[in-house]
Design a binder for this molecule. Structure first.
Ligand SMILES: Cc1cc2nc3c(=O)[nH]c(=O)nc-3n(C[C@H](O)[C@H](O)[C@H](O)COP(=O)(O)OP(=O)(O)OC[C@H]3O[C@@H](n4cnc5c(N)ncnc54)[C@H](O)[C@@H]3O)c2cc1C
Length: 342
């Protein structure tokens, strides 16, 4: 288990680790069997279900720089074959139809082999020409060569491009080009995360509400960013069940389905500090205008520093105790960046 892209590593798994296989096997950290850890006092120790189980618990999704440096890890591998996978690209006219398809997939899909990620991207270029500054990309991944009707709601919406095909290796899946303009631009990138439920009438409207706020912000702030993105990540019931069956993780994820929404704000190099701060504050206000659902953990790997994601975990007080035990002098807080505990 790793991430959706091959290039991200240990920090990804320690912070949870979300991949296209998560609906089958849980988060990447749920497949840890044993970790070798160098503690802040220099001791080399082992964390597993039977050796320092509290440390093992904290490192399963509680982040790397809180407790120690992981120097070796043993993980449970999972059998895989060939995949049906690819991307569907849509023009903006279909934004609402794609939102509804994504919402319905999150709410109703029960096939753990089927996984999606829906992304809405806006470039800073003016929107004078056919909305070509905006595009929608949906990633479809099926563990098997025949997805049946799993993705029909997406494929039946008119699209510009469909690269989906069967018989892809997992390496090819992990190399599918994600439109990370942010990575290419080497601009300043800030991730923000939200966690939302989609139950009831208000819940089912939530993806639209999130999108409308995001799209309005993107239109009103042209020129102040290189690119902004809104990504919808389903958290399926099968994913939370798989996590629990493997002992659970530091997030103690409530039963799915619900969703994480990841935002990216990529700002151009050289923005004056006052302007930079204003843009960040207004983007943050846009995200916070739709508050996350109480009781859902914010995903560490995709959160902004000011979101204090650890404090949203139901296990926070237990994590604080583990932190005090393994890092009593606050070595990681004082000597490195990263997530802090009160
Ligand atoms: C292009 C891109 C794609 C991404 N895709 C996904 C995805 O599909 N799924 C997902 O869950 N997340 C994803 N992320 C988020 C990613 O999980 C986080 O950015 C994560 O922190 C990256 O970890 P790293 O080890 O690759 O990076 P690093 O910068 O090396 O590490 C990040 C932090 O992890 C900790 N860490 C790293 N190694 C160790 C270690 N050996 N021991 C202790 N702590 C350590 C440290 O705190 C470090 O500061 C993506 C990020 C990017 C930029």
């Amino acid at each position: 288990m790793g991430g959706r892209l091959g290039g991200v590593g240990t920090g990804l798994a320690l912070g949870g680790g979300l991949s296209y296989l998560a609906p089958q096997y849980g988060m990447a950290c749920d497949s840890f069997k044993e970790l070798e850890v160098v503690l802040p006092n220099g001791t080399i120790t082992t964390a597993s279900a039977t050796s320092n189980p509290d440390l093992f618990f904290g490192l399963r999704g509680g982040g790397g720089n809180a407790f120690g440096i992981v120097t070796r890890y043993t993980v449970q591998s999972h059998p895989i074959g060939k995949f049906y996978a690819g991307t569907l690209v849509y023009v903006l006219d279909h934004s609402q139809a794609v939102l509804d398809a994504a919402r319905d997939f999150i709410a109703y899909n029960t096939n753990p082999k089927a996984s999606i990620m829906a992304t809405y991207e806006v470039l800073t270029t003016p929107d004078v020409l056919l909305n070509l500054d905006k595009f929608i990309v949906v990633f479809l991944v099926y563990d098997g060569t025949e997805p049946g009707t799993a993705f029909r709601n997406f494929t039946q919406i008119p699209h510009l491009l469909d690269t989906s095909k069967p018989n892809k290796t997992y390496t090819e899946v992990a190399e599918m080009p994600i439109p990370y303009t942010a990575e290419l631009s080497r601009a300043d990138n800030v991730f923000r995360i939200g966690a939302h439920r989609i139950e009831g009438a208000a819940g089912l409207q939530r993806p639209r509400e999130l999108y409308d706020r995001y799209a309005a912000w993107a239109a009103a702030n042209k020129g102040l960013y290189v690119y902004v993105a809104l990504n919808l990540y389903p958290v399926a019931r099968s994913m939370t069940d798989a996590s629990r069956a493997r002992g659970g993780n530091a997030m103690q994820m409530p039963d799915g389905p619900w969703l994480w929404v990841r935002y990216i704000l990529s700002t151009p190099p050289g923005l004056l500090p006052g302007v930079y701060d204003k843009v960040q504050a207004s983007f943050r206000a846009m995200v916070e205008a739709t508050p996350s659902a109480p009781g859902l953990p914010l995903f560490l790997n995709e959160a902004a520093a000011d979101q204090r994601p650890l404090s949203t975990f139901p296990t926070y007080s237990r994590l604080q105790q583990i932190k005090r035990k393994y890092d009593p002098d606050g070595f990681f807080v004082n000597r490195t960046g990263g997530w802090t505990f009160d």
